[in-house]
Design a protein around this ligand. Structure first.
Ligand code: ZN
Length: 236
């Protein structure tokens, strides 16, 4: 009885790794760490008219630049925030067009369209097609690597995240980030939400100055992903 458990758990582990590991997969590369002189702050699920401008203000106070993984459909209404991000030296990444949790089950054709629609929307506002892609909810449809390779794009995960979509306590967010972050790490935070529910981001806003100050005290630079990874920000 025990004998068949070994291959089955082994397979389950591999399958789970393939769809959920933010740092790696057998089917393709997921980047999560780079230049040790700094860290890369990344904000997912925006732009959001309530929170994104306030994140800009805080980053500006610390002369920090970051990368925003935007949801393409939000740009229709809030594309001006992507323009503003660019003006302030921040980078835009692709976080799919509609950010559906069912994306893991999309056909390759439909998934490619999700990526492309966001590429086109971003280009409309900021003038370039992003190099970096982060899959919604961290899960991956196995087709994604072929699609990204074809489009000249790169999958990005994270070294540490704060679970700030669920946490309401700023200290819990800053402490987790500051305890786990390593030089060169990609940090995952959220300036928006994929739905009306859980879109309160006050805790992230409150945690951010402490996070920025502590990284500064550690002598770490705030790098955008193209700088941290030594890659072009856009696809050729
Ligand atoms: Zn997301």
């Amino acid at each position: 009885m025990v004998l068949w458990i070994v291959p089955i758990t082994g397979f389950a582990f591999l399958a789970l790794n393939e769809i959920a590991n933010p740092r790696g997969a057998l089917l393709g590369k997921v980047l999560w760490k780079g230049d040790r002189r700094g860290v890369a702050l990344t904000f997912d699920d925006g732009p959001n008219p309530l929170y994104t401008p306030r994140i800009f203000e805080i980053l500006d106070r610390f002369q920090a630049r970051a990368t925003f993984f935007v949801i393409g459909r939000y740009l229709k209404e809030h594309g001006n925030l992507a323009v503003e991000a660019s003006k302030q030296g921040h980078l835009i990444g692709n976080h799919s067009y509609s950010h559906l949790r069912t994306m893991n089950f999309f056909s390759a054709k439909k998934l490619r369209q999700e990526v492309l629609n966001c590429q086109n929307e971003v280009e409309k506002w900021v003038g370039y097609k992003p190099r970096f892609y982060r899959q919604p909810a961290g899960f991956r449809n196995p087709n994604i690597f072929g699609i990204l390779k074809d489009l000249g794009m790169t999958m990005v995960g994270w070294q540490v995240r704060a679970f700030d979509t669920q946490r309401r306590e700023p200290l819990a967010i800053s402490r987790r980030i500051l305890k786990k972050a390593e030089p060169g790490g990609i940090i995952l935070l959220h300036d928006g939400s994929d739905s009306i529910q859980n879109q309160e981001r006050t805790a992230t806003l409150k945690a951010l100055p402490e996070i920025l100050q502590a990284f500064k005290d550690r002598g770490l630079e705030f790098l955008t992903l193209d700088e941290l990874l030594g890659m072009s920000k856009e696809v050729k």
